[in-house]
Design a protein around this ligand. Sequence first.
Ligand code: SAM
Length: 205
Amino acid sequence: MLPDDRRLQAANPTGWFEDLYAEAEAGTASVPWDVPHPQPHLVEWAEGVDGTGRRALVVGCGYGRDAEFLASLGYDVTAFDISPTAVKAVQQRFPRSRVTYVVADLLDPPAEWHRAFDLVVENMTLQALPVALHAEAAGRVSSLTGSTLLVLAVARDEGPEPDGPPWPLTPAEVEAFAGDGLTSRSTRRDNGRWVAEFARQLAMN
Ligand SMILES: C[S@@+](CC[C@H](N)C(=O)[O-])C[C@H]1O[C@@H](n2cnc3c(N)ncnc32)[C@H](O)[C@@H]1O
């Protein structure tokens, strides 16, 4: 990535995605995360899982690789991205998809999504945002989680901010998904990536 690209991305932290997807549609750029398979750590996590009768939400879904995978497990999937061009492109890629793809901003999500999903999958959205937005974005992700949250991200140690994007997550940034009734179930670092699961305690009446 050229230094000028990084400066533009830092100046427009959520807007540059739309520009990139639009350029990809025009054939003048390629999207680095456009790969034809779901995130391997998600596939590993989901082994033996039956999503029938459960709702899942995929944050920053891009071209829908994880959303389509979860739908194949039986989940009723909603997947969202801030880029209208990405959402249009994924709907064209999967015209018969069972997934509901919508344009939405993680930093201002629909009120009815609050704790509405049995499973929330956050794969590489936070790390695509500047460090200054990580805490707010993590809080939003957690607030959408009704039961289980899976966070997948590139890992880094605590220390000086990298010259992103991306801005990989530190141990403290992963821990920050916990709170407000959401607790850590497991966190591990595998091949330079976080695989972290959180669970919401159900209120006892
Ligand atoms: C690094 S890409 C990962 C895409 C996808 N999760 C994957 O693994 O293929 C980050 C995605 O998050 C989306 N995104 C960035 N900021 C967002 C926001 N505030 N709300 C919703 N989506 C956002 C971008 O448009 C992009 O599609």
